[in-house]
Design a protein around this ligand. Structure first.
Ligand code: NAD
Length: 465
């Protein structure tokens, strides 16, 4: 096979690069090892987890609404039905993608690709191999879950995120190793379905990259719901027993038997699986491939995007990078110029943040101002039965320019986009404070936080300037 542009990997980054390159007139072959494109995100990540988190939200709300005098019966859980529905959502999207590839005449080829040279890839599928000659290539091979050495992976009761999303059963006692985004999202799902959850996190805070005040409302809520949240703790060993997995922890925590254990301690890039050295591409010891702002590797005709080029490993980052790579290949003068990549934990409550965190502002000695609006003072938040949220904005003390923002509460993941736009447009707090937000909405809380910095807030008693 011969092509102008080869894309290796069909996740959100890869298919975006393929589609954009095709739209810009390039001949494109996309090589993907699985029979369907969409990658981890669509098949075993973002989309199935969000489908299940939606159901978890409905279950939780139907319980919590009882304070309003409305009572629902305990839900009947048909696990096969739930799995089928989740798979239907995913299939609808991946089928749509295949259709989009056909419309664009992107040739999707199944097989595992490895470089032979800087212009040739060998693809293996079902014991057959064939070669693809290419002029330019984009590596979009993603990442895989970290495995902790010594754990009994042969036992199906030890799960990674893909296994957890398969919903084989609802374990009575579930241990989640890693209090990061995957761990806490899956905890939200399994807790709503009825599992008793223990989370073990080696740092002294869940979601360690996030500011403590944003994490606090989630921590307070799950502390009441879950059996245990062990911070600054490691799992020392897991012993396989007939009746469960026996886990011992560091510190003076007693050993415990769990029905299932989910390991969610991060992901590692797939850079070492593709024989990159045969094309002369440098891959570091962790498996990352370094690129410049145009997504070019050290080899002039080969680009890389997504998880394999570095953290954060997020689909929206990969998509943006995919567009940059395709446009540069097509001769446009694109490069990475985004000022921030927002993060969202789709937990209950959701946590979203962008730009500078307060921890980073302190570490970097930045002179900042902070406006933090508690959702207990938001009419909209109270009317949906929730009061634990918080919206905070950080601005430059001298210029008032927005530096960062964080939101914890219902729909935080949707609300954060306004702050991202404000940062990208170079807005200052006055711009946000003078923007008329519809009332009553949760989006108002961004305006209120800006008003708190401005000293013009009337929905709370303003701090003296
Ligand atoms: P993560 O890095 O977000 O969290 C892993 C957590 O495990 C960290 O808090 C870490 O301190 C802890 N940890 C590491 N080793 C440990 C050990 N031995 N014992 C106990 N705790 C340990 O990684 P993740 O949750 O596995 O997610 C992987 C990647 O996927 C991340 O880059 C994440 O951003 C991305 N992801 C994003 C979303 C989203 O955007 N909503 C959802 C899922 C995953």
């Amino acid at each position: 096979m011969k092509t102008e542009v080869l894309i290796l990997g069909g996740g959100p980054g890869g298919y975006t690069a393929a589609f954009r390159a095709a739209d810009l007139g390039k001949q494109v072959i996309l090589v993907e090892r699985y029979p369907i494109i969409g990658g981890v995100c669509l098949n075993v990540g973002c989309i199935p987890s969000k489908s299940l988190l939606h159901i978890a939200g409905v279950i939780n709300e139907s319980k919590e609404v009882n304070i309003s005098g409305i009572r629902f019966d305990k839900p009947e859980i048909d696990l096969d039905g739930l799995r089928e529905w989740k798979n239907k959502v995913t299939t609808q999207l991946t089928t749509g993608l295949s259709g989009l590839a056909k419309q664009r005449k992107v040739d999707v080829v199944q097989g595992f690709g490895q470089f032979i040279s800087k212009n040739k890839l060998v693809v293996e599928h079902n014991d057959e191999t064939f070669e693809v000659d290419f002029e330019q290539a984009v590596i979009a091979v993603g990442s895989k879950p970290v495995k902790i050495p010594g754990f009994p992976y042969h036992d199906s009761r030890l799960m990674d995120s893909t296994d957890a999303l398969n919903l084989e059963d609802i374990p009575e006692k579930l241990l989640i190793i890693g209090g990061g985004i995957i761990g806490l999202e899956m905890a939200t799902v399994y807790s709503a379905l009825g599992s008793n959850i223990t989370v073990v996190e080696m740092q002294n805070q869940i979601i360690p990259g996030c500011d403590k005040d944003l994490v606090r409302p989630l921590m307070q809520r799950i502390k009441k719901k879950y059996d245990n949240i062990l911070l600054s703790t490691r799992v020392e060993s897991i012993e396989v027993k007939n009746e469960g997995l026996n886990v011992s922890f560091s510190g003076d925590n007693p050993e415990q038997l769990f029905d299932k254990v989910l390991v969610a301690v991060g992901r590692v890039p797939n850079g070492q699986l593709i024989d990159a050295d045969k094309a002369g591409i440098k891959v570091d010891e962790k498996g990352f491939i370094q690129v410049n702002k145009k997504q070019q590797t050290n080899v002039d005709n080969i680009y890389a995007i997504g998880d394999v080029v570095g953290n954060p490993m997020l689909a929206h980052k990969a998509v943006h990078e995919g567009k940059v790579a395709a446009e540069v290949i097509a001769g446009l003068s694109s490069e990475w110029q985004a000022l921030t990549i927002p993060s969202v934990a789709y937990t209950d409550p959701e946590i979203a943040w962008m730009g500078l965190t307060e921890n980073q502002a302190k570490e970097q000695g930045i002179d900042y101002e902070k406006g933090a609006f508690p959702w207990a003072a938001s009419g909209r938040s109270l009317s949906i039965g929730r009061k634990e949220g918080i919206t905070k904005i950080l601005s430059d003390k001298l210029t008032g320019r927005i530096l960062g923002a964080g939101i914890t509460g219902t729909n935080a993941g949707e609300l954060i986009s306004e702050a991202v736009l404000a940062l990208e447009m170079g807005a200052n707090v006055e711009d946000l404070a003078l923007t008329i937000h519809p009332h009553p909405t949760l989006s108002e809380t961004l305006g209120f936080s800006a008003e708190m910095i401005e000293g013009t807030i009337t929905d709370l008693f303003p701090k003296k300037k």
